[in-house]
Ligand binder design. Sequence first.
Ligand code: ATP
Length: 277
Amino acid sequence: MMEQPVLEVKNLTVRYGRTCEYCRNGSRLVKNTCPHCKTVWACNDINVTLYEGEILGIVGESGSGKSTLMKSLYFDFPVTEGKGYLRDFEDGRTDIFGQSLQQKKYIKNHVMGMVYQNPMLGLRMDYSSAGNIAEKLIAAGRRNYAGMNERVGELLDAVEILQSRKKEPPKNFSGGMQQRVQISKALANNPAILLLDEVTTGLDLSVQAKVLELIRRIRQEFHISIMLVSHDLAVIRMLSDRTIVMLDGKIIEQGLTDQILDDPQQPYTQQLVHSLL
Ligand SMILES: Nc1ncnc2c1ncn2[C@@H]1O[C@H](COP(=O)(O)OP(=O)(O)OP(=O)(O)O)[C@@H](O)[C@H]1O
């Protein structure tokens, strides 16, 4: 029997604009935009499947729609069309995009964790780091102070932040440390899925390498499935088992990462791979 995916996204479309006769079915666009009505098809009929324990990389240039895909999965943006199913939400039988706000909050607190490129989107920069993590635990219904304190300690250990610094607010930390706090917060309630949106972009190379190493270790320790978006194929190469290549809101190529790197089929992917050499 085929393994049940932890996440399945079907025909996801995110559109800005009302469409016209010319672009109604999402074809005849110039890049991702209708030349007539100027509607932007940020994600255009995207299908994604994520399996347990894997790291799925999504690579593409700026504007290809990868952040829109991640953020709509985390309900930051509404989707125009499409369905999503989570193994850990009603056994994957119910579309997550059609849920109430309350159910979506449940999913965000229990099933998925998100780490943004910009830590200000994921953290309260003035709260203590421990407080940031505790907020997520409280959102999932935990109330016991001692239990929460212990969990905060475990999570800080997992991302290699000294517990002596837990009272400090993220605004005092370096970029790499802020991403570690975001990761620990995202992991707080043991979600099945971690969404990582350009989490190392903008960090110094040596800091970036350490955060990537941390992500690799977390996958092992937490047995978590990860979807990772990056414009940088080097990041994808380091971490992803499988890779999806996006261009102009569409998936143009996908496969095992080794296969994509060794034998890219599409000219755009070939160009990306050559830029690595
Ligand atoms: N509110 C909006 N109105 C119109 N177009 C939008 C809006 N938000 C995003 N877009 C467009 O959607 C497309 C996809 O953007 P998105 O941010 O997902 O790309 P990306 O691949 O993640 O790039 P980046 O790495 O720069 O964020 C872009 O063409 C962008 O201009």
